[in-house]
Design a protein around this ligand. Structure first.
Ligand SMILES: Nc1ncnc2c1ncn2[C@@H]1O[C@H](COP(=O)(O)OP(=O)(O)OP(=O)(O)O)[C@@H](O)[C@H]1O
Ligand SMILES: [Mg+2]
Length: 510
């Protein structure tokens, strides 16, 4: 007799549908699994057999062949156990087959027959809905995650026998108690770093708010101990919370990697890989389709601290995600595209000794300075709109009142972003940072005074063509923060005061 069950396997970040076909016929007792199964699945034979016996069912003493289709998709992990077990029961006449057509089965079987949680439940539930399945059967600990998907029934099964009961039309087990919160509850996150903890550095804090408002990539430059790392870590706290679509995307990735504090993510990811990271670590790839930091930073912030210490080739690999917001990963069998749209924040000392610009304290030679500048140039820096220059502060500033709290900064950011989204809706983008020259000409037009200011800056040698676009994008964001429909001379002046060109171009006096 032949039976079929639906389940899913995860390859890299992709979920793939798998039909488990089981055929039981007379012959010498044997249990064979075919169809590109990894070691965990080949071991499933023992788990499934023992779980079936320990659940009070009969394990057919005949020839059992399980085929995992489609044959060209590599199957990995123990999540296919439940589907395999149920298909064996159906193929041996111990379970009616019809509900197997509408149910996705996902989970590992313990020898006792207990159903265990597997990583990637959210991804599987999303894929099950997309596939048109009605219900997903999962272990209690996965229930809350599966319920994040609307339009799909979630049936909890503590054991193989509970899954069989559900497939016979009976009731599922009560939802899991393990995650200590009701379904749909939003995870209460531990106290996050706040901008109110940053003292002084008002210029840089303002610039950080501008970067957040317009989605601009930015570079923090300054001597050691001035708060570069501190500021970067506080960027997520002033970004808008994740929209529900974004939250699902972020949680899905975490779920697959098993790094999910279970529940829906609300805050944007913040990833800060060490400068010794490899290219594969940063952008992913390799035989098994590793997920890189750039993908983990999707919808959030990728922070590259000590930018000049990263390998140049590694940084070059960020070109694609920066341009396209995604990463194509090519492997032996499949090409996969992973989402990777993030805000890039980089930090660096202004020179190898860290004191350039601070009077005569800088002891670097011209050669060292030139080398430092070379390391900072390239495609990455070209995409950075904003410079946050931090300076050493007098000790008394540490006692001063902070410029803003994260909460009020975030309110301004959210308003500015809404203004941009409305203006740019017809252009298919949502943020000023993504405006090209044509869109700038339309949306960031200057009046005569502004044009004159721009021209003067050009004459002083401060602005290349790219620098001009950079400046206009930032000016547009400043105008949005000031609730102005037009880019006024004062918005342009504020953008000029951030002097991105001077320092990015590498002037020693910057
Ligand atoms: N503006 C500031 N307000 C409050 N605390 C600060 C400020 N700047 C620095 N600090 C304190 O100093 C510590 C070091 O700051 P941080 O690590 O951000 O410096 P940095 O600029 O990244 O230095 P480095 O170049 O060495 O990486 C912080 O953890 C914080 O306690
Ligand atoms: Mg630092």
């Amino acid at each position: 007799m032949l039976a079929r069950a639906h389940t899913f396997t995860i390859e890299g970040l992709q979920t793939r549908h798998v039909t488990v076909e089981v055929d039981v016929r007379s012959g010498l007792p044997a249990f064979t699994i075919v169809g590109l199964a990894d070691a965990a699945i080949r071991e499933a034979r023992e788990r499934v057999r023992t779980a079936i016996l320990n659940s009070g069912f009969e394990f057919p003493g005949r020839r059992i062949t399980a085929n995992l289709a489609p044959g060209d998709v590599p199957k990995a992990g123990p999540g296919l156990d439940l589907a395999l077990g149920c298909a064996v029961l159906a193929a041996s006449g111990q379970l009616p087959g019809e509900r197997l057509d509408t149910h996705a089965l996902f989970g590992e079987l313990a020898l006792s027959g207990e159903l265990r949680a597997c990583d990637g439940t959210l991804a599987v539930a999303l894929a099950a809905r997309e596939r048109g399945l009605k219900t997903v059967v999962v272990a209690p600990a996965c229930a809350a995650e599966a319920r994040l998907v609307e339009g799909l029934d979630v049936a909890v099964a503590e054991r193989l026998s509970s899954a069989v009961r559900v497939l016979r039309g009976g009731s599922p087990d009560p939802p899991g108690l393990s995650p200590s919160r009701p379904p749909h509850a939003i995870r209460r996150e531990s106290r996050q770093p706040d901008l109110a903890e940053v003292r002084g550095q008002h210029h840089a804090v303002r610039a950080l708010v501008i970067a957040a408002a317009g989605g601009h990539h930015c570079l923090l430059s300054g001597p050691p101990g001035t708060g570069k790392t501190m500021l970067a870590q506080r960027l997520p706290s002033i970004l808008p919370l994740l929209s529900s679509q974004e939250a699902i995307e972020v949680t899905r990735v975490r779920s697959i990697l098993g790094s999910a504090p279970r529940g829906l993510a609300r805050r944007r990811p913040f990833r800060a890989p060490h400068h010794s990271i490899t290219t594969a670590g940063l952008v992913g790839g390799g035989q098994r389709g590793w997920v890189g930091e750039a993908v983990l930073a999707h919808n959030g912030v990728l922070f590259l601290d000590e930018l000049s210490e990263f390998a140049r080739s590694t940084l070059d690999a960020l070109r694609q995600p920066l341009e396209e917001g995604r990463i194509a990963i090519v492997r032996a069998r499949h090409a996969a595209v992973y989402p990777a749209r993030f805000m890039l924040v980089a930090a660096t000392n202004p020179c190898p000794c860290g004191h350039a610009g601070a009077g005569d304290r800088c002891g670097c030679t011209e050669t060292e300075l030139a080398r430092h500048r070379r390391r900072l140039s390239g495609p990455l820096i070209d995409r950075i709109d904003l410079l946050l220059a931090l300076e050493r502060q007098a000790p008394r500033t540490l006692g001063e009142r902070p410029l803003t709290s994260s909460k009020s900064a975030r309110e301004r950011v959210v308003e500015a972003r809404e203004r941009q989204a409305t203006r740019l809706a017809a252009d298919g983008i949502t943020m000023n940072a993504h405006m090209d020259a044509a869109l700038l000409a339309r949306h960031a037009r200057l009046d005569a005074t502004g044009e004159a200011m721009l021209q003067r800056a050009g004459e002083r040698g401060l602005l290349s063509a790219r620098g001009q676009h950079r400046l206009l994008r930032v000016a547009r964001t400043i105008a949005d923060l000031n609730a102005s429909g037009r880019v006024r001379p004062r918005d342009l002046g504020a953008a000029l005061a951030l002097r991105p060109e001077a320092t990015l171009g590498g002037s020693r006096a910057a």
